[in-house]
Design a protein around this ligand. Structure first.
Ligand code: ZN
Length: 334
């Protein structure tokens, strides 16, 4: 399957816009793609990078897929492409990483064409890192392109944001997303995965491919057990630490949103595992307290990147959750 044929249909207008800028030689040297996860920011950036690095782009404006540069890209060894990410998942992008990137961008291209850097997630740059990028954003070396990818562009320094050409994307209409998932990503039961991915089609495709639903269902059952006093919040917090930021906390937030939609608008949860246990909980808890817990979970997710003690933070959330069921009870250990 070629990049063009599997490319997300909803990104086509943004792609055409970039292509036109490139053809007219007015492509900005710094772009900021802002969108929730799973909408294809990276696909768009990679398609553009491939085009700029390719020796013989097609007349339609795509990388040829055959030249040495395209080969390097496929192998992940292109000397003119740098992808900057936190050294550890969930941690900050540090100032030394950004300085090294800026030094790299100031040198001439190895292949005689563009030099491209992707920074993702851009909001992971701490303020020193972001400040050290400013000079490169202000005085870029010719034929360099910086693409910042961000799920939360509002959290970038305004001085960084204002020096980038900003493209924001929204999720496609459900019918378009389902059609793409069915025909291009070949996902069975696309409605279910799309609902779980909050309408983000690429996230839905990833979810379908990962088999992560078994783990997700287990986490949900653990959460229900904590609520009913059948599991120890301290032990569950310890089990959850490793994937708190990538899985458990975002899932928990989704489950609470499902619970609130059920409680306030009688929308049944899209997830089979949630239907029974969740609806029962929904009938007993207070909506205002649910909203407060959602806010706390979001705040914890944000703070995970800044050296928060994960065990303590998860314990705090789980104990609050268990308290919503009523006065503290003794955990039964059988
Ligand atoms: Zn090529």
């Amino acid at each position: 399957m070629t990049e063009a044929s599997s490319f997300p249909s909803w990104l086509e207008p943004a792609w055409q816009q970039l292509l036109l800028s490139w053809r007219e030689q007015r492509l900005a040297h710094a772009l900021l793609f802002g969108a929730p996860a799973g909408l294809g920011k990276r696909r768009l950036a990679e398609r553009l990078a491939a085009l700029l690095l390719c020796a013989e782009p097609t007349p339609a404006g795509d990388a040829c897929g055959r030249c040495q540069s395209c080969g390097w890209l496929r192998a992940g060894t292109h000397p003119d492409l740098t992808v900057l990410a936190p050294e550890e998942t969930g941690k900050a992008i540090k100032v030394d990483q950004v300085r090294a990137l800026c030094a790299e961008l100031a040198m001439t291209s190895h292949a005689g064409r563009y030099k491209v850097a992707l920074i993702a997630p851009a909001e992971a740059m701490n303020s020193n890192a972001a400040n050290s990028l400013l000079k490169t954003l202000e005085e870029p070396t010719p034929r360099t392109l910086l693409v910042l990818l961000s799920e939360a562009p509002g959290r970038l320094l305004p001085t960084v944001r204002s020096r980038c050409r900003v493209l924001n994307f929204a999720a496609p209409p459900t019918q378009e997303a389902i059609a793409w998932l069915e025909t291009v990503a070949e996902v069975d039961d696309p409605e279910r995965y799309l609902a779980l991915a909050n309408g983000a089609p690429l996230a839905a495709a990833e979810l379908a491919a990962s088999g992560v639903l078994t783990e997700r269902d287990q986490r949900l059952q653990e959460l229900i057990a904590v609520f009913h006093g059948r599991a120890d919040p301290l032990k569950i917090a310890a089990d959850w630490q490793a994937d708190a930021g990538t899985a458990v906390l975002p899932w928990w937030r989704q489950w609470l949103q499902m619970l609130l939609r059920y409680k306030l608008a009688q929308v049944p949860p899209a997830e089979a595992g949630a239907r029974q246990g969740w609806c029962q909980i929904a009938d007993t808890v207070d909506s205002r307290e649910m909203f407060q817990l959602c806010d706390r979970i979001s705040a914890t997710e944000r703070a995970l990147n800044s050296g928060l003690n994960r065990q303590l933070a998860l314990e705090d959330l789980l104990i609050r959750w268990a308290r919503l069921a009523g006065p503290p009870r003794k955990v039964r250990t059988t």
